[in-house]
Design a protein around this ligand. Structure first.
Ligand SMILES: [Mn+2]
Length: 236
């Protein structure tokens, strides 16, 4: 059973903070990006918009990554689907169509290791930066302000807020330019965009890394801009 939580992080005074969009089992490629960034696991932190699993080739690496002390994802709808499938609350065919084959194919004992790890993931993360507080949720902030969403996730209608935070595409599909109050910016994934996109102070970083010909966007939390992660082309 997943219970919504909000996790708060103090400013990283030792190193850098990054946020990556939906991973969907593409952990080796993400690691290559971290190597190019000279990511330092002793000092730097990697936040993620969730959806660590399904569709891609290495979903089974999720528990290894979740045990890393520098990796901080929010929960995505795919983690929630895995938990629901394990609890007998999700149709097998529907989950398989959504990339859950790797999970369906495991024994209940194996699945429970993933479920235990997914159930610990926060619904929302807030990180202190030099410029202000940055929020991270998988899909959207369904309220005018961050504080109201926080209250919603902790209140009587937590389940409804959880669903909106992890599934909603309203803001991006309607192009709503409204800012989310109480925070400097909010970083979301869930809906693949052709390139890094912002609406108001909401930043969309899921550039569909799992899809052919596309790649991750990794945002530097200090600048709220994507870091240049591609190696220059070598001509020789
Ligand atoms: Mn999603």
């Amino acid at each position: 059973m997943y219970t919504p939580t909000v996790q708060h992080f103090e400013r990283n005074t030792k190193g850098r903070d990054f946020v990556v969009g939906d991973i969907h089992g593409c952990f080796s490629r993400l690691q290559e990006h971290l190597n190019r960034l000279r990511f330092n696991p002793e000092r730097d932190r990697l936040f993620s918009t969730g959806d660590l699993v399904d569709r891609g080739p290495e979903s089974h690496f999720a528990t290894d990554w979740l045990s890393c002390p520098w990796f901080f994802p929010v929960v995505g709808n795919h983690e929630l689907m895995a938990c629901a499938y394990h609890a007998g609350q999700m149709d097998r065919t529907v989950y398989a169509q959504n990339g859950g084959g790797w999970f369906i194919g495991m024994t209940p004992e194996e699945r429970s290791l993933y479920v235990s790890a997914f159930e610990c993931l926060p619904t929302a993360i807030e990180v202190e930066t030099t410029e202000g507080l940055v929020g991270i949720v998988h899909a959207d902030v369904p309220t005018p302000g961050w504080a109201a969403m926080r209250d919603g996730l902790m209140g009587e209608n937590a389940e409804a807020f959880l669903t909106l935070c992890t599934w909603s595409r309203t803001r991006i599909s309607s192009g709503l330019p409204d800012r989310v109050s109480d925070v400097l910016a909010v970083v979301v994934g869930h809906t693949p965009v052709d390139r890094f996109t912002s609406l108001g102070n909401v930043l969309f970083v899921d550039t569909g890394a799992v899809y052919r010909g596309r790649d991750f966007t990794i945002l530097d939390l200090a600048t709220l801009k994507p870091v240049q992660v591609r190696e220059p082309v070598q001509w020789n």
